[in-house]
Design a protein around this ligand. Structure first.
Ligand code: SF4
Ligand code: SF4
Ligand code: SF4
Ligand code: FES
Length: 947
């Protein structure tokens, strides 16, 4: 099985078409196309080794030489562009001789162990030896050779065997051009030349294990360890990564039910053949022994679990829900869905809650991440989604990244962004911390606005002030496209002296001249695009900042075409989709309010049940009401609220107060410790459905293996529904998608058939846009006229003082994913075994803290202990940690503060004090953690006797 069909060099686009003759056949291709690519398009295979269509041509192996009538010599077809009317021959006796000679040299320094080589049958060198007809090698192994070179097996996922290297440089170029990490070089010259990865080995180098080099390697030099273990794959199924909001498409290459490797799909609309370490390598959790595959029930959370049949578990859960609703009323129950779920799973869950349980008490984990995006963009632009495709960034002249860390959180898009930056786009970064983008190989931010956590709205105000008072508004755009009254009111507000950079500089901790320069660059630098993340939304004024960002884009006409826009970088794979599917308590699928009579009537007719017009409870309200005694049962699908929601003590208190908690998940997660029913979930490899990524791209999730628990997750929800007296008659996830399409205008044209045909499609997809909508708001905003909102800066109530003088802010790291339930069960723990607290050298010195010390982190909500890392990446007064390990308790110390409009928690601002300590915090000691080498499954004391 070949890694993919390869056209040798990248495709070109041009209005000029060139016609040439190759081996007697007329071929027409865009100007700039290489002769090799033209030949491949025409079905003529040219032998090659150093060329591949994901990389710029290099011209080193000399295998692809051709003859061109009337030209001297033998040009390399990979580096020679087509020309009108030329006649090319790819097969002549002379060319055959040259190629044979070249191959003979390669093979003479290559171990002839093809039969036992792990890539036997999937090796381009082997293929080329066959293609050029090499039958014998005259030079043998005598003399100098590389056959005894030592293997580098340091990376947990792939190995490097230099004895098989042909020094084609594809790996080096992949690392530079595709990934943008520049971890590899070719050292030495001539016979001495070799691939080198930093000082020691791959693991110690700058390598981020994206695997682009492994994919590019034409031999077995760089090879996945899984291929060595399982052998060459036999078939493949195209599916979608279940980690981040980039939504990379992958070919799951299989041997029976065994995944051999995940190869990023070249046709993937979001990733174009690239991936990060999570999607490509960290899929082992799907078959991890921690998976629970048998349903379990128990009367009390202090009892041992009892394994039961699916029928019994479903029956018990349904009877408990029925009992509780009969006793406490129908509003005493609710459900939580996850952005890890497919669209179809979210849809059936909210349908169950609304139609079967008769309440709108359904919420989603987007509550704690991007709910302000949904609110803010709906208010200003009219649609709760990003405006662009990822590819749009390749048309940007100015990239403004605010509160996001794309190279860690959205790595494949981060690589694409870096590519555009290396081409010359300008970069503004607004972040309290020095993220990698600020300074990485061949990328340097023009302005790093190192603002204090919690001051985003002030930053937007200062930039708005400059744009308004320096005449940088695009008046024509605003006049034609926006509500003038709202615009004028916004201008008056922005122009106030209190919003000037000079007035806000101290609040922000950013020099006024930098604020002015960044604003001017954004407004006048050409196509300017804003990318933002949780550093914008997870604040008490998260929605305000989102609206402020939209104001900036509208005022400067940076919306409605390629290269511009307002782009929320959604964290999880299906944040966009779970919101689209009506997982919020006030909205049906398609963001239609439950109080809207016509919409409600539509769903009542389709679902055959009366529906409530009252918005239901949000997650924090469910927990509050559980504690106060009126909320009694929860169905929690794929979400671990104990670990991911703020103020853990409050969450666990809420859960402990309920009479029936049903958890559906792959693992016995932290929330399951408070559950009475456990439904085992299916991994993304075991189910069908769709995910919708950050660019509104709906991509198919295809089942590649049988669910270990017996059922796909939507089937479990449907079974519960049947047990509650409402059978759901779906036979496949595609039936659910058809129902979604029938009831949701923006999904009207979406179906599995269309996804099979197009690969993916960006909503809105309807009669007017049957192939989807890459760029939104082109001629007019979805709401008609764009609306400006006054975004006044209101400082958070979470203040520093003498007791809590530092601000803690949080973020993610490349190798781990959210609460780590999946990535902690893979070799990704190699790179991040524990969460650590970053502290500036001045703050560390004041407290006598040294690198590696245990430090206690105390906030008004709680206390935890982490190892310290002293670094100037954070500014004085700010400390930073990630939240991937449950034992770290990042959310033990975060507070109850939340966004005024959406209740999104203020994760990014917590006043804390740090002190050097010698032992773990009390709750950590009680948790008995760090006994399992600080990785993997953490056994909760409540459960250790009974699992
Ligand atoms: S490791 Fe593979 S891709 Fe890199 S130079 Fe060697 S053969 Fe080429
Ligand atoms: S795995 Fe990625 S980052 Fe590492 S060397 Fe290969 S291309 Fe570079
Ligand atoms: S985690 Fe994100 S960037 Fe990485 S492969 Fe998956 S979807 Fe792509
Ligand atoms: S493929 Fe053209 S020189 Fe190597």
């Amino acid at each position: 099985m070949s890694k993919y069909t390869d056209f040798g060099t990248p495709a070109k686009t041009s209005d000029n078409q060139i016609t040439l003759e190759i081996d007697g056949t007329q071929i027409t291709v865009p100007e700039g196309t290489s002769i090799m690519h033209a030949a491949m398009v025409g079905g003529v295979t040219v032998p090659k080794l150093c060329a591949t269509d994901s990389l710029d041509p290099y011209g080193s192996c000399r295998l692809c030489l051709v003859e061109i009538e009337g030209r001297r010599g033998f040009p390399a077809s990979c580096t020679t562009p087509v020309a009108e009317g030329i006649k090319v021959k790819t097969q002549t006796p002379k060319l055959a001789d040259i190629r044979k000679g070249v191959m003979e040299l390669y093979i003479s320094d290559h171990p002839l162990d093809c039969l036992t080589c792990a890539t036997n049958g999937d090796c381009e060198l082997q293929d080329m030896a066959g293609v050029v007809g090499l039958r014998e090698v005259r030079y043998g192994y005598e003399g100098d050779n590389h056959l005894k070179s030592e293997k580098d097996t340091s990376n947990p996922y792939f190995q490097f065997d230099p004895s098989k290297c042909i020094v084609c440089s594809r790996c080096v170029r992949a690392c530079e051009e595709v990934q943008g990490t520049f971890a590899l070089t070719i050292q030495g010259r001539g016979f001495e030349s070799k691939v080198a990865s930093g000082i020691e080995n791959f693991l110690e180098s700058e390598c981020v294990s994206c695997g682009a080099c492994v994919q590019a390697c034409p031999t077995a030099t760089l090879i996945e360890k899984s291929v060595i273990q399982h052998g060459v794959p036999e078939h493949s199924v195209t599916t979608t990564c279940a980690y981040c909001g980039v939504g990379c498409s992958f070919d799951a290459e299989m041997k029976g039910e065994q995944v051999v490797r995940m190869v990023p799909s070249k046709n993937g609309g979001a990733n174009h053949g690239h991936s990060c370490v999570k999607g490509r390598f960290a899929w082992g959790y799907a078959t991890h022994h921690d998976r629970i595959t048998t349903p379990m029930i128990r009367k009390s959370i202090h009892d041992a679990w009892t394994e039961v049949s699916w029928d019994e578990a479903i029956k018990y859960a349904a009877s408990e829900i029925t009992r509780i609703q009969a006793k406490y009323g129908k509003e005493a129950v609710g459900g939580i869905t996850s952005s890890r779920c497919t669209n179809e799973e979210v849809y059936v869950t909210q349908k169950l809650i609304r139609a079967v349980l008769g309440t709108n008490n359904v919420d989603t984990c987007a509550r704690v991440c991007h709910s302000p995006t949904g609110y803010g963009l709906k208010q200003t632009l009219g649609e709760s989604a990003g405006t662009q495709t990822f590819d749009s960034v390749m048309h940007s002249d100015v990239i403004f990244v605010m509160g996001a860390n794309p190279t860690d959180g959205h790595p494949v898009f981060g690589s694409q962004m870096k590519r555009r930056l290396r081409e010359g786009a300008k970069l503004i970064v607004a972040d309290p911390r020095q993220i990698d983008l600020v300074s990485s190989p061949h990328v340097k931010a023009d302005y790093h606005l190192k603002l204090r956590p919690g001051t985003n709205v002030a930053l937007i105000a200062a930039m708005s002030h400059v744009i308004v008072t320096e005449g940088l508004i695009n008046e024509a755009f605003v006049k034609e496209r926006c509500e003038i009254d709202s615009f004028e009111a916004w201008c008056d507000f922005a122009a106030k002296a209190e919003n000037s950079p000079e007035a806000l500089s101290e609040t922000l901790g950013v020099p006024a001249e930098d604020l002015r320069a960044a604003a001017r660059l954004y407004a006048t630098g050409g196509n300017a695009a804003i990318y933002y993340g949780l550093g914008v939304t997870e604040h008490s004024q998260g929605s305000t900042t989102v609206m402020g960002i939209a104001n900036l884009a509208m005022a400067t006409a940076n919306v409605g075409r390629e290269g511009v826009g307002v782009n929320p970088l959604r964290g999880q794979n299906n944040v966009q989709g779970s919101c689209d599917m009506g997982s919020m308590p006030h909205e049906y699928p398609g963001y239609r309010h439950v109080s809207d009579d016509a919409t409600r009537a539509l769903f009542e007719t389709a679902w055959g049940r009366p529906l409530s017009k009252e918005p239901g409870l949000r997650i924090p309200n469910m927990l509050d009401q559980a504690i106060s005694g009126s909320f009694k049962a929860l169905y929690c699908v794929g979400e671990d609220i104990v670990q991911s929601d703020p103020n853990t003590q409050h969450v666990t208190h809420g859960l402990e107060s309920m009479e029936c908690v049903i958890v559906q998940d792959l693992f016995l997660n932290e929330t399951a410790m408070y559950a009475h029913v456990f439904f085992p979930g299916a991994s993304f490899l075991e189910k069908s459905g769709t995910f919708t990524n950050a660019e509104r791209r709906i991509s198919p999730v295809r089942r590649v293996m049988t669910p270990k628990n017996g059922f796909e997750d939507w089937e479990v929800t449907a079974k519960l529904s049947s047990a509650l007296g409402y059978p759901m008659h779906y036979s496949h996830a595609s039936d659910i998608l058809d129902e979604i399409a029938a009831l949701t205008p923006t999904f009207k044209g979406v179906s599995f058939k269309k996804l099979d045909e197009l690969g993916s499609v960006q909503w809105p997809c309807d009669d007017a846009n049957p192939a989807g909508t890459p760029t939104m708001h082109i001629d007019e905003f979805v709401r008609g006229k764009g609306k400006f909102f006054i975004t006044e800066y209101v400082p958070t109530t979470e203040k520093v003082n003498a007791k809590y003088p530092l601000i803690l802010t949080t973020g993610r790291i490349l190798s781990q994913y959210n609460v780590g339930a999946q990535t902690r069960r893979t070799d990704n723990v190699t790179w991040h075994k524990e969460d650590i607290i970053e502290i500036h050298p001045h703050d560390a010195e004041d407290r006598g803290i040294n690198d590696g010390d245990w430090v206690g982190i105390a906030s008004r909500a709680g206390e935890t202990v982490l190892h310290a890392k002293i670094t100037e990446r954070v500014q004085p007064g700010v400390v930073y940690t990630t939240f991937h390990h449950p034992e770290s308790g990042a959310n033990v110390i975060t507070t109850d503060n939340s966004d005024w409009a959406t209740n999104c928690p203020e994760f990014k601002v917590t006043a804390v004090q740090l002190t050097k300590v010698t032992q773990l915090s009390e709750w950590q000691r009680e948790y008995k953690i760090f006994s399992n080498e600080q990785i993997g499954f953490v056994q909760h004391p409540k459960n250790e006797a009974n699992v």
